[in-house]
Design a protein around this ligand. Structure first.
Ligand code: ZN
Length: 233
């Protein structure tokens, strides 16, 4: 019998590739958070990705808490999302799109879900190379969270701790695209743009990182863009 795994699925590129990785060896229990993100379109993309993988259940959690507390340009819609930043600048600071301890909160809920369904693994598609500069995407955070899970769950206390798997952690965006292509991840169903329009903007950090990944992997991104910036020098 296949092991069960909970997968944090946002509907973006990284979490969809993470689903494809997890699907190699696990029965999938995807979990998606509707947290008031301006790119709420992601949640619909996540539904389509979950359906693509033929999961028995896709849990969509309403997490309006983040809308209530604010503190991010992704959830406070009158704050500006940075557009047109240079690729070299990405990841060098913590941008306004950072959502306070989002991955900490999401991982905590995903681990609780894993305990309740008897899943031994929680997959999260964070990566620390081509990323937006969010501290809760870094290896030291994943390690620290693993220690908390070991100490704070019944599964951990019984000697069968739930493993936090972050298979994309040390890949760059091109590596993630190549891995997804090899595993047949449905790129065409994903949405990464922070603005969440009908067509991806091509200008926000998420669009720029995604486009950079496809360009460096030598593959075409199947989703449409309003603007496709020229490659840098
Ligand atoms: Zn965008």
């Amino acid at each position: 019998m296949q092991d069960e795994a909970v997968v944090l699925l946002s509907g973006g590129l990284d979490s969809t590739v993470c689903m494809a990785v997890a699907a190699q060896q696990h029965r999938l229990w995807p979990i998606t958070f509707a947290y008031g993100q301006r790119h709420a379109r992601e949640v619909e993309q996540a539904r389509q990705v979950a359906a693509h993988f033929g999961v028995a259940r896709h849990l969509v959690v309403d997490c309006g808490f983040f809308r209530d507390i604010g503190g991010s340009s992704l959830t406070v819609h009158h704050l500006e999302v940075p557009l047109g930043r240079e690729e070299a600048q990405l990841g060098t600071d913590i941008p306004s799109t950072y959502v306070p301890f989002r991955n900490g909160v999401f991982l905590a809920l995903a681990v609780a879900y894993a305990e309740s369904v008897g899943a031994a693994t929680v997959f999260i598609g964070v990566n620390a190379l081509d990323y937006s500069g969010y501290p809760d995407c870094r290896p030291q955070f994943i390690e620290a969270f693993q220690a908390a899970v070991n100490a704070g769950t019944a599964a951990g206390a019984r000697g069968n701790p739930i493993t936090i798997a972050a298979p994309l952690l040390h890949l760059d965006k091109a590596g993630i695209v190549r891995l997804g292509a090899r595993l047949g991840a449905p790129f065409e169903l994903t949405s990464s743009c922070y603005l969440g329009g009908e067509v991806a903007c091509g200008q926000c950090d998420a669009c720029r990182l995604r486009l950079k990944g496809f360009r460096e992997a030598g593959l075409a991104d199947p989703i449409p863009y309003a603007v496709t910036p020229a490659a840098g020098p």
